[in-house]
Design a protein around this ligand. Sequence first.
Ligand code: AMP
Ligand code: ZN
Ligand code: FE
Ligand code: FE
Length: 286
Amino acid sequence: MTGGVDLHTHTTASDGTLSPRELVRAAVRRGVRVLAVTDHDSTEGLAEALDEAARHPPLTIVPGLEINCDVPGAEVHVLGYAVDHEAPWFQAFLREQRAERVARVHRIAARLAELGMPIDAAEVFAIVKEGSAGRPHVAQVMVQRGYVASVREAFDKWLHASGPAHVPRRRLTPLEAIGIIRRAGGVPVFAHPGLAERDEMVPDMVAAGLMGIETYYAEHSAAQTAHYKALCREHGLVATGGSDYHGERSGRANPLGHPPVPMSVYEELQGAVRRARASRPAEPPA
Ligand code: AMP
Ligand code: ZN
Ligand code: FE
Ligand code: FE
């Protein structure tokens, strides 16, 4: 069974394989009662998710997003919850992020050609459709072309943060991402820190406005979960959690609603949302 709370999921608005409507229906079947939709650099899936959720009381949708940042030798992903996503400057920021993702696909394609694995960027965008482009879409084309047997192999051999086909993003630091989420009135959370292995950045992230650490995560060991719980206590942060579900055909296996996240986490997150709104800094100038 699940804990009824899942604060990290993706849809076809980014690199998930389920539409927002399908994701919400799947969450209901899994017994999820609080679902955060956290697409990469996009809030385009939220309206459909909210519309579907209204048919399944008492399901609650937490509006969210995920911003992936490159740091030397690794990636730090920052989740943002309850942002004022309709703010025009915030949507302009997301459009810019997605445009950089498109440009990056072209740069990755050029790199893959140098490595003897040419792909056509148009094949990638045919999979992306209206969504936010990312490496999982590139990986799918590499599978289609027969360069690798699976999306996972594409990442493990080529596309991971220090892999031969990895091409860095335009520089947006985790501290900048945290600042943007706070200016949008939202709650910034360090996503799956066990994958990033950059705990030393936490104090600076807290100084920049970080409010939580994703503690309950399928790929965290019991020792890591205990460690991040303690780190949250030390810094007064909310210990959040989620599945990072991308759909059954995404090459990532962890199911929706897993690991279990206690309902008390959602209550603590709501407290953080109130604090974030009350202390929202002035919006950046246009
Ligand atoms: P990007 O948006 O280009 O930074 O790509 C990030 C996405 O790649 C993450 O959301 C993950 O779902 C996916 N990803 C990262 N590592 C792997 C992996 N080893 N296997 C499959 N997908 C992965
Ligand atoms: Zn993803
Ligand atoms: Fe992530
Ligand atoms: Fe994610």
